[in-house]
Each structure stands twice: as C-alpha cells, then as structure tokens.
Design a protein around this ligand. Structure first.
Ligand code: ATP
Length: 254
C-alpha cells in the first residue's frame, strides 16, 4: 500500500480507497465492488466526509434495535471485509450477532477469502458457508436469495453494510428489521431499510459499537422510545439537507 501522509487533506478517504484496492488484489472484492466504492466516495465527499447529526441518530436507533434483537445477523460482503473486518467482528461480539457471508457476485474463492479475513480478525463462527444449511429468500432472483437457514433466514434483525436494493426489499418482505449502512441517501436500499445509517461504514461501525455499549443496560422502555421516535424518511431528508448545505457552502453561494 503506498504511504499516504497523515497531513494530506483527504488522507482518510485515500486510505479507505487503498484498503479496497488491496482487497481487490487479495481476492476479497469484486470489480463491481470497486465501482460501488466510487459511488460511495462521491456521496461521502458531498456529505463532508464526517458523521453528521442524522447519522448519529440513526446509529442510536440501530443500537437500540440490535440490543433488543433475539437473533441478530450481520451480513458481510467483500467490500465490508476489505474495509473494516476487525470492527465488524467486534460489533458481532458486542451484540451477540451472527456473521454471515453473503455475496451478490457469488464466487467460492472470494467467499473463502472473506471467511479467512474474518477469522484472522477474531471471528469464531461464520454462517453462509455450508451448502447443506442453505435456504431461499422469496421475491429475489439473484444468487443472493440463498441465505443460511440458521443465519439470515432465521434472523429478526439483519445488518447489511453496502447492500443492494433488491435484497433489502426481499429482507423487508421476509419481515426482518433491516439496518443498512449506505452513503447514498437516495439509493433503493436507503429508501427501503428500516434504519439507514448514511455514513461511511468505516466510521459508523465504530460509533455503532460505542452506542451498543452505552445502551447495553438500558431498560426496554427506553429502547422502545428510541426506536419509536426514529423515522427513516425524515432522517434521510436531513441527510439530503446536509448535502445541500455542504454544496452551497463549498460553492461559496451561501
Ligand atoms: P441500490 O440497489 O440500493 O439502489 P445501487 O445500485 O445504487 O444501490 P450498489 O452499487 O448496489 O448501489 O451499492 C453500493 C452502495 O453502497 C452505494 O449506494 C454506495 O453509496 C454505498 N457505499 C459504497 N461504499 C460505501 C462505504 N464505504 N460506506 C457506506 N456506503 C458505501
């Protein structure tokens, strides 16, 4: 990985890009994953490359859901495994969530590379790898309809960092609570999920872990209040406003 000086004004974003490229070189990330990253980068730039107020509210609501969940599952794809494997394993430990490898562009060697990476970062059990235990989600025709019958299929809350819209819709139809990380507040995933954290997954997962720790002992009424006071559509609008304000400021037309 080329050295990126910390003083570079966009050091964090360049580092994220390098992690993705390394992930591609190491067989974790699909070509399409690089393109998805490009779209994400553009939105991150427009959002000011920092976690905004709306994202913090979504993180709090997501934490409340995860603490209340009976069978939470975190779905891991190549981009997530390349960008923040350690944090994803920590989030699973903190919330007692299962980890499931689920790929849009299914490929056995990539799946193995993702499993290896997660294990290297402390994961003990990973779902979605045993063909004997697979089940099918309805209303979706890509290979991503295949899920682990003891993982996503049985889950009540599913965390989907960087998901595509069709699967988010299929998960919602299967009555799962869906928590997405997506930098694009306009994507179908963002619009369909119960909670969309509009932030870079590399920043937001750490904040979600902290929030889960903070709320771990909260009583169920408090968690319920946090959940019921959150409205995903309003939250997405606030993110769009944040983009508008940033654009206006940067273009010097405030
Ligand atoms: P949809 O089907 O939901 O409309 P899409 O087809 O626009 O999505 P995809 O290419 O399937 O997009 O998925 C990539 C999504 O992930 C994009 O919305 C992009 O903004 C987002 N994304 C990419 N990198 C990151 C990241 N590091 N953190 C958070 N979101 C990201």
């Amino acid at each position: 990985m080329p050295l990126i000086p910390k003083s570079h004004p966009r050091a964090e974003s360049l580092l994220i890009r390098e992690r993705l490229i390394d992930g591609f070189d190491n067989g974790l990330v699909a070509k399409e994953g690089l393109l998805a990253q490009g779209r994400g980068e553009a939105f991150d730039y427009l959002l000011g490359e920092k976690t905004g107020r709306a994202a913090k509210q979504a993180i709090k609501a997501a934490a409340a859901h995860l603490i209340q969940a009976q069978k939470p599952v975190i779905s891991v794809n190549g981009n997530t495994a390349a960008l923040c494997p350690k944090q994803i394993v920590r989030l699973a430990d903190q919330t007692k969530a299962k980890l499931e490898v689920n790929l849009f562009y299914a490929n056995e060697s990539r799946k193995k590379a993702i499993v290896r990476t997660l294990k290297k970062n402390g994961a003990k059990e990973i779902f979605g790898t045993n063909p004997k235990y697979l089940a099918k989600l309805e209303r979706i025709d890509s290979k991503r309809r295949i899920v682990d019958r003891d993982g996503i299929y049985a889950a009540d809350v599913v965390v989907v960092p960087l998901e595509d819209g069709d699967r988010t819709m299929a998960l919602r139809s299967a009555r799962k609570i869906v928590i997405a990380f997506d930098l694009n507040p306009l994507s179908r995933t963002s619009q369909t999920a119960d909670i969309t954290i509009v932030d870079n997954v590399t920043r937001a997962v750490d904040l979600l872990i902290i929030e889960c720790k903070r709320l771990a002992k909260a009583n169920p009424d408090r968690l319920e209040r946090i959940i019921s006071s959150f409205n995903n559509k309003d939250n997405l609008s606030e993110n769009v406003t944040q983009i508008k304000n940033n654009l206006t400021r940067r273009a010097g037309i405030a």
